[in-house]
Design a binder for this molecule. Structure first.
Ligand code: HEM
Length: 339
């Protein structure tokens, strides 16, 4: 009797183990791997890094945009490179409002063209974007982390998906948590990933309402630090013709003033002290988990723990709804449909 129970328990354990293994075999964690191109295109990551170094010399403002591109790619139908596809009959993601200010498409195409000459139809656009995002962090004095690769590219792109799946800058904490939780990212991931606003700029269009017409009564957002608001009002005068949306208008302001192109902890100090550039940045102070995290990083004496968290969160975001194995495609040009 005891023997039978033991046997049954073992069978049950094996069954559970088999289920776990088969679940893992189908999960992106199992499908993606560090060094996926080791055998098929061993210099893939070197080619991306070399091009990113050239970009740093030619136009360093492209680095933050390429980091942002990975986020915008992953949140819209998964990290599948579909952000690169150009509009055909249907308006594509890249022409959707949240992507009006996105730059760096040509840089990704240049990298892709080089890789096509070395290892044709091998490296996906989604992976190039993920590697470029890591390199953007690294070349901005942030941490180096291992990027998982093995993603394949999607061939569907719909502007409305980008409009629905990317949170607007005036999002409150409930909205932000909703947008991220549907991508399986939790409150800590949110607080960590927002640290990417440590580098780069925003067009004035994304903050004018906050500065000049917060509740429709020509007022200013009361949660914004008055001294910071005064600085922003100088940089971003009241709306004029052509400033109607996030991407229009030429003036830009740093998201992390003082260290706008250095990937460091000062974004967190800035949010804590001023409420941050966007309402969504400031919204992190309204939730106990995200607020605790912001306070912890803002007061940290070393960036090491934050950098480790960033690496983990970027890898996690990079697994969002990926295509792998026989799914999706590898196309010769990222922006052009194969059929
Ligand atoms: C609720 C979430 C988020 C919102 C509402 C948001 C919003 C924005 C907005 C409005 C801009 C300025 C665009 C412009 O006017 O040029 C921006 C820039 C940027 N965002 Fe975010 N963002 C979010 C999350 C993230 C995440 C998760 C990352 C990275 C993983 C990221 C990385 C960046 C970077 C690097 C820039 C600078 C781009 C440049 O300088 O060209 N953002 N974001």
């Amino acid at each position: 009797m005891r023997f039978l129970m033991f046997r049954e328990q073992r069978l049950l354990l094996l069954l559970v183990a088999a289920l776990v293994i088969s679940a893992l075999a189908c999960s992106p964690e199992a499908a993606l791997q560090v060094g996926f191109y080791r055998a098929t295109c061993p210099i893939a990551e070197d080619v991306v890094l070399a091009e990113m170094k050239l970009i740093l010399m030619e136009d360093s403002t492209l680095l933050p945009s390429l980091l942002r591109m990975h986020y915008h790619d992953c949140f819209v139908q998964g990290c599948d490179g579909s952000i690169m596809l150009k509009s055909r009959k249907r308006k594509a993601e890249r022409d959707a409002l949240p992507n009006h200010s996105m730059r760096g498409y040509d840089a990704i195409e240049r990298i892709k063209a080089q890789l096509e000459t070395i290892c044709p139809l091998t490296v996906s656009c989604a992976d190039i974007i993920a590697i470029a995002a890591r390199d953007a962090v690294y070349l901005s004095h942030g941490p180096w982390y291992e990027v998982e690769t093995g993603r394949r590219d999607g061939n569907v792109t719909v502007a409305e998906y980008a409009e629905n799946d990317l949170a607007p800058p005036d999002s409150n904490i409930v909205d932000v948590k909703t947008f991220f939780s549907v991508k399986s990212l939790n409150s800590k991931d949110i607080a960590v990933l927002f640290g990417c606003h440590s580098i780069g700029t925003s067009h004035c269009g994304s903050i004018r309402q906050r500065l000049y017409n917060f509740t429709g009564k020509m007022d200013q957002d009361p949660s914004l630090d008055p001294a910071y608001a005064a600085q922003l009002r100088k940089l971003c005068p009241p709306p004029g013709p052509g400033d109607a949306d996030h991407g229009e208008g030429k003036t830009k302001v740093p998201m992390d003033p003082g260290s706008g192109y250095r990937f460091d902890l000062s974004y967190y100090r800035h949010v804590l002290a001023t409420g941050g550039l966007f309402q969504s940045d400031g919204s992190l102070l309204k939730d106990p988990v995200t607020r605790d995290y912001i306070e912890k990083v803002a007061n940290a004496s070393s960036p090491d723990e934050y950098y480790a968290d960033l690496a983990a969160a970027m890898v996690k975001m990079g697994r969002t709804d990926v295509l792998y194995g026989d799914l999706g495609e590898i196309r010769p040009t990222c922006g052009v449909f194969v059929d």
